[in-house]
Design a protein around this ligand. Structure first.
Ligand SMILES: Nc1ncnc2c1ncn2[C@@H]1O[C@H](COP(=O)(O)OP(=O)(O)O)[C@@H](O)[C@H]1O
Ligand SMILES: [Mg+2]
Length: 369
């Protein structure tokens, strides 16, 4: 995520970049005082109400990430509660496609902090803006994203803010989902949804007060992410200028994720990943067949032998061999009878078959000499 992986940002430039957000982070010196176990190296990313730093843990030189949030406002205990919930949720979720959280706490002056693994790469939002994501990478990223979401759901957690800025991609192409800041246990959601999240990625039922919301809200967001990964826009943004076209293999899967009625969506994230795998396999098979047709090669399907066919298939072969033997026999009989007529015994009797064979062997031998 680091823009400037090792160069510490000057406090001035940091403040300027953050002016759009409402949180002015502490200076580098202040951060070092607040969390003396770490050397703050650079800004890894900026969220809605937090700054994430790349840090070096001084005791063992390990590179990690620290997310720093402002002190909760007076009377805004909800912020602190949400933060603790985020930390505890991420601590409980152990999965290769979910950012690992190691610790959390609050500094003396009230700033909240979260210590986690540092993902050396870029978030998906920036990756899309930096030049887009091709279909092969999109397939790999979405599949990994589905694994992460499936794991969270299996642990009873609904993320509720699946979007490119919360999906990190390491330099070696590994997806890591982060920011469980508005995640909720499924059981708690059943009592009502507080509506936190990002409108463009939110399932329609989340925008209706009192509507039932469950893990399928994340399936809807997966559909939005598939669309944005391939087109650079969310479906709502694209709709403003007549829509955008996706590769065929993604269209069907995305459309089913985006169904307004949750019952008509895929019911699990695993199903989304499996459907995408199948759609891509079918498309590449169709592409291979089309290329073969174009080059003139004829692809004939190889018939699979049914056990019942095996005996039947042997019959024509045996019949052909039988016919061949019969023909040889008939020709030999005609030749023998002709030979007999031309070689009568002195007493006028006809030679036997044995005599005919002996005469044949004799003539072959004398021809060989
Ligand atoms: N573990 C991490 N390693 C590297 N960069 C990160 C990490 N976590 C977050 N980031 C970067 O920081 C940004 C904001 O983090 P996020 O947790 O989403 O904050 P917020 O809750 O304020 O939205 C992300 O979009 C990403 O670019
Ligand atoms: Mg975020």
């Amino acid at each position: 995520m680091a823009d400037d992986a090792v160069t510490p940002p000057s406090p001035g430039s940091l403040t300027a970049r953050l002016s759009a957000a409402s949180f002015v982070p502490p200076s580098k010196e202040r951060l070092a005082e607040m969390l003396p176990d770490f050397e703050f190296q650079s800004v890894a990313g900026i969220g809605g109400m937090s700054v994430v730093y790349r840090v070096r843990r001084i005791v063992d030189d390990d590179v990690m990430a620290v997310k720093v949030m402002p002190p909760p406002y007076e009377g805004q205990e909800e912020d602190a509660r949400r933060f603790v919930m985020e930390a505890k949720t991420m601590l409980a979720l152990r999965h290769p496609n979910i950012v690992a959280v190691y610790d959390y706490g609050q500094t003396d002056d009230g700033h909240l902090w979260l210590l986690m693994e540092f993902v050396d790469g870029m978030d998906m939002h920036r990756t899309i803006r930096a030049g887009g994501i091709g279909a092969a990478d999109a397939h790999s990223f979405v599949r990994q994203l589905c694994d992460a979401v499936q794991h969270a759901h299996a642990c009873g957690v609904v993320h509720r803010d699946i979007k490119p800025a919360n999906i990190l991609i390491s330099r070696d192409g590994r997806v890591k989902v982060t920011d469980f800041g508005v995640a909720r246990p499924l059981a708690e959601l059943a009592r009502g949804d507080d509506g936190y999240g990002t409108p463009d990625y939110s399932a329609p039922e989340r925008l209706v007060v009192g509507a039932a919301v469950d893990h399928r809200a994340d399936i809807y967001s997966l559909g939005v992410v598939i669309h944005e990964t391939l087109t650079g826009e969310t479906p709502r943004q694209a709709a403003r200028h007549g829509g955008a076209r996706l590769p065929d293999s993604f269209t069907g899967v995305m459309s089913k994720c985006l169904m307004v009625d949750p019952a008509r969506r895929y019911q699990t994230a695993r199903e989304v990943g499996a459907a995408l795998n199948l759609a891509i396999a079918e498309e590449s098979a169709a592409r291979r067949a089309a290329a073969a047709r174009k080059s003139g090669a004829v692809l004939r399907p190889v018939p699979l032998a049914h056990p019942a066919d095996l005996g039947r298939r042997r019959t024509p072969w045996l019949a052909e061999a039988g016919w061949a033997l019969l023909c040889v026999g008939v020709i030999a009989a005609i030749a023998f009878s002709e030979w007999r007529k031309g070689h009568p015994h002195e007493d006028g009797g006809a030679p036997t078959f044995g005599e005919a064979v002996q005469a044949l062997i004799k003539s072959v031998r004398s021809a060989g000499r």
